[in-house]
Design a protein around this ligand. Structure first.
Ligand code: NAD
Length: 474
């Protein structure tokens, strides 16, 4: 396997100030040791990105587009190998990992197409005194910070638009899953990205070292995906130099099954919305609100489907539910379930932490009251609390009763009722009669404390572009 473990700064693979072990969470064994960055390496990454910015911004859009297209082709050709790596360091099953890699590659294809289509505007001012010319320019050096749950897709969802827009970058992946990010850096190098444009660091002291980066006036943009807790810290860090930020943060997605829903379709949707990535997705359905008249049938069929999943190490044949990313993360899930049961939740299936070294937790369905504590937390694992409701208004109120607002799911046979419900739900995305909505061609992002800005779609490139207005005397 093409395993890169060095830092990548100014087009060179270099050593840093130490090493960080990377574990396979299904077995607890070390799979690699990755170089960590000290202050000197972080500064060198900013130097390199800043030095490359001017010339990269001047590259023809077609040239940047073709680099992304090449990167897309490499990722597709090597998808199985990358998926194995994702599965090994993240714990997710191979089929989920392969799905992620194909999705990740699509961001390169989409932004290869977007690179050559940036719109502008030229018109007469209403008073007729001048012409209004609007154009877009790259924001500049961008810090990209990614989480462990989608180590490939969260990196390409940022690198793709940054390259398309003409921004240079410093990429900082999660310490649990740096190998996939390193693989993608290598893909970009092979696709012909000029040196200095993309730099990779893994700081030995994340908070303090990245704080310095965000207080360097040469850095102009932060694109962060991760928890709301860390997002808040970074938003404050960015306020000192008024750094542009886009934040894709946590979620606590409600999944509404209205009384006229097709229950088999709703169960199929629930399995995808809950179990893609073993439940470790910001988009994962986290609270199931089910109309009283269909609650028994839905809960029974859903619990049967959950129970039937084969839990095993991600690369084992037939594995459908892999491990969490670490024992620490797995224990958080187990603690939330235990607290929910102590608060009156009734286990329908699962709910028991297995023995052994791997970071496993079984697919779990719990029947709970609407006041149960688990409904306030992002579980980030294969756990589905089910609550019964009586009216659509009640369901909408319960769904909106959270500081998060990333995605909501609605199942109903009546399209008009579905649209009305979708419009009343406070979230950036709605899945209507579907278990998944993520698409590189659609704007992904949340409202409330789920984030700022959108990734993907036509909006995605604008997170890396500034709008410039030129008033022209004619
Ligand atoms: P996290 O917030 O703990 O870490 C995310 C990244 O931030 C990691 O690279 C981490 O090393 C880094 N980080 C941590 N502290 C930092 C600091 N003080 N300064 C700078 N960087 C810091 O999140 P996680 O546990 O890796 O990922 C899970 C979270 O990510 C969940 O809340 C999930 O909902 C969210 N997420 C959101 C989206 C989205 O698009 N909205 C997508 C995937 C994951």
């Amino acid at each position: 396997m093409n395993l890169k473990t060095d830092l990548y700064i100014n087009g060179e693979w270099v050593k840093g100030n130490g090493v960080l072990p990377v574990y396979n969470p299904a077995t607890g064994t070390v799979i690699a040791e990755v170089q960590t960055a000290g202050d000197a390496e972080c500064l060198a990454a900013v130097d390199a990105a800043y030095a490359a910015q001017k010339s990269f911004a001047q590259t023809a859009p077609r040239v940047r587009s073709e680099i992304l297209r090449k990167a897309f082709e490499i990722m597709i050709a090597e998808a199985d190998e990358i998926a194995k790596l994702v599965s090994m360091e993240n714990g997710k099953v191979f089929s989920d990992a392969k799905g992620e890699v194909l999705y990740a590659a699509e961001f390169f294809r989409w932004f290869a197409e977007e690179a050559v289509r940036t719109p502008g505007d030229f018109r007469k001012s209403p008073s007729g005194d001048k012409r209004i010319l609007v154009t877009h320019q790259p924001v500049g050096v961008s810090l990209l910070i990614t989480p462990w749950n989608f180590p490939a897709a969260m990196a390409t969802r940022k690198i793709g638009p940054a390259v398309a827009a003409g921004c240079t970058m410093i990429l900082k992946p999660a310490g649990e899953t740096p190998l996939t990010a390193l693989y993608i850096v290598d893909v970009m190098e092979r696709a012909g990205l000029p040196k200095g444009v993309l730099n990779f660091v893994l700081p030995s002291k994340t908070g303090p070292m990245l704080s310095k980066v965000l207080h360097d006036p040469r850095v102009r943009n932060l694109s962060f995906t991760g928890s709301t807790e860390v997002g808040r810290v970074l938003l404050k860090e960015c306020s000192d130099l008024v750094i542009r930020t886009s934040l894709e943060l946590g979620g606590n997605a409600p999944f509404l099954v209205l009384d006229d829903a097709n229950i088999d379709e709703a169960v199929k949707g629930a399995m995808v919305a809950k179990m893609r990535n073993g439940g470790a997705a910001c988009t994962a359905a986290n609270r199931f609100y089910v109309a009283r008249s269909v609650a028994e049938e839905f809960t029974k069929k859903f619990a049967e489907a959950m129970q039937a999943l084969k839990m095993a190490p991600g690369l084992d044949d037939g594995a459908q539910l892999g491990s969490s990313v670490s024992v620490k993360e797995r224990n958080k899930i187990a603690d939330l379930v235990d607290a929910s049961v102590a608060g009156g939740g009734k286990i329908v299936t699962g709910g028991k932490k297995p023995e052994g070294d791997g970071a496993f937790y079984p697919a779990t369905v719990i029947s709970v009251e609407k006041s149960n504590e688990i409904l306030r937390n992002e579980v980030f694992g294969p756990v589905a609390p089910v609550v019964v409701f009586d009216t659509d208004e009640e369901a909408i109120e319960l769904a909106n009763n959270t500081e998060y607002g990333l995605i909501s799911y609605v199942f109903t046979s009546d399209l008009a009722r579905g649209i009305r419900t979708a419009e009343a739900l406070e979230s950036g995305m709605i899945a209507l009669n579907r278990g998944v909505v993520s698409d590189p061609a659609a704007p992904f992002g949340g409202v409330k404390q789920s984030g700022l800005g959108r990734e993907g779609g036509f909006a995605g490139i604008h997170e890396f572009l500034e709008t410039k207005y030129i008033g022209v005397e004619i």
